[in-house]
Design a protein around this ligand. Structure first.
Ligand code: EPU
Length: 419
């Protein structure tokens, strides 16, 4: 068993470079299936979820090579299966993107129902609504989903809920549909724009990605070659920004997109931190105890749910009582019980939590309940008095590349230990 051991108390200082976005990479890797040729992807995060995505594509016939630590060459000229292995696809959430991609490529796909972090109910009804509107038939049984179509025909699709996954999946499945597809009430996250940019660079005709109305004019085929670089990770950027504020540190964060961080930047300034942005660099620092605030997570450009636990650590040591309302996931406050073991005073009930700020956290053994909870606990360990041990690292490794190496370079005393 592996654990992270952190001796807290050092303000983070220095420069860090952000890698490509996990949630973009795990959509773009299946999206390469629309290309009957070779895709070269740069700025790919070297994380477990990306490796799983590659393994699944390989099972369908892709040939995939890491050409360096963060670049992949994906050769999809020999896709020869439409049934993806259930054990692999049910391990993580983004396996649902195979449905949209393979519907476009082969008009059929069978995958295990998607797994991923336990954040409460994670239905895929909006994905299915989109596939069916385009003319596909979906069958769910015994933990798997089979989706088939004789042909796909463009139509107008209104999403009842703003969903990142459903927006990308319907986008993937509509690229070769006859005529025009519109997705209304679409999600606007940076990785939606990234997937659309990737597909457009292959010759797709997608307009309006990044707004709530996306229009896809069906094309007959895509190019057989593309080189593309994944957008910097908004959530990794935010994780380091919040680590700087929590530790009263001073970080220069490079290779990021400051505009993607606007909601977080505003909140950081509101609670007394400092942020300056220039080009693709964010300078973030603080020397004071954070002030209390109220936060509600929302789809982009609102405050991201994927930064809610990291912000929770900051508010756990704020001056005063803060409130977070989580509007996306039912069960994203599991980390608060772990923070309470470290001396925080947080009361979570349903989709709200009250943070009575304490003067400091104290190191303790804690358990990463999901990916962003794990990142939050790393920040908590870095600011706590004494030693924190974090268990269940498989969640953290799903989404953060070399988290301990990156934080060590900034002065954190953090080690991975194999027991
Ligand atoms: N929803 C439905 N029906 C659907 C789809 C979604 O009711 O068909 C609901 C969900 O239950 C949730 C809300 O809509 O309440 C939003 O879900 P969304 O579909 O946007 O989430 P997702 O695509 O499953 C992605 C990220 C999550 C991130 C959310 C929100 C991936 C693989 N996952 O999930 O990332 O929290 O968008 O931004 O891209 C993470 O990285 O830690 C993570 C959990």
């Amino acid at each position: 068993m592996e654990k992270l051991v952190i001796t807290g108390g050092t303000p983070l200082k220095g420069e860090i470079s952000i890698i490509g976005a996990k949630n973009s990479a795990i959509a773009i890797i299946p999206a390469t299936l629309l290309c009957n040729g070779i895709c070269t992807l740069h700025n790919v995060p070297n994380i477990i979820d990306v490796k799983l995505s590659c393994e699944i594509l390989e099972q369908l016939g892709s040939k995939i090579t890491w050409i360096d630590t963060n670049s992949l060459l994906i050769d999809n000229r020999n896709i020869n299966k439409t049934h993806a292995p259930l054990d692999l696809t049910s391990k993580f959430r983004a396996s649902y993107y195979l449905i949209g991609a393979m519907l476009s490529r082969c008009k059929e796909i069978e995958v295990g129902l998607p797994g991923g972090c336990n954040l409460g109910a994670r239905p895929i009804d909006q994905h299915i609504k989109g596939f069916e509107a385009l003319g596909a038939v979906a069958n769910l049984s015994q933990g798997k989903i089979n989706v088939k179509a004789d042909k796909l025909v463009g139509t107008n699709i209104y999403m009842d809920i703003v969903s990142v996954g459903a927006t990308i999946n319907v986008l993937l499945s509509s690229i070769f549909a006859e005529g025009t597809t519109t997705i209304d009430n679409a999600a606007k996250e940076p990785h939606i724009v990234d997937v659309a940019n990737f597909l457009n660079s292959l010759g797709a005709d997608i307009r309006g990605a990044g707004t709530d109305l996306i229009k896809i004019n069906g094309v007959k085929a895509l190019k057989e070659n593309v080189t593309y670089s994944i957008v910097p990770d908004q959530i990794e950027t935010g994780t380091f920004m919040l680590a700087a504020i929590a530790s009263k540190g001073d970080l220069t964060i490079k290779n990021c997109i400051p505009e993607h961080m606007d909601s977080l930047t505003s909140k950081i300034i509101e609670i007394g931190g400092n942020v300056e942005a220039y080009g693709d660099v964010i300078h973030v620092w603080s020397s004071n105890r954070p002030q209390k605030t109220v936060i509600k997570t929302l789809p982009y450009p609102g405050f991201p749910t994927d930064l809610q636990p990291q912000m929770g650590v900051v508010l756990s040591i704020a001056d005063g009582t803060s409130i977070i309302n989580e509007s996306i996931w039912e069960s994203r406050f599991q980390y608060t019980a772990e923070l309470n073991k470290m001396g925080a005073r947080i009361t979570a009930q349903g989709k709200s939590a009250i943070f009575e700020g304490v003067s400091h956290l104290t190191g303790a053994p804690v358990y990463a309940t999901d990916l962003r909870a794990g990142a939050a606990l790393v920040i908590a360990g870095i600011i706590a008095n004494g030693t924190t041990e974090i268990y269940n690292l498989k969640h953290i490794d799903r989404g953060y590349e070399n988290i301990e190496t990156k934080f060590s370079k900034l002065g954190a005393q953090i080690k991975r230990i194999v027991e």
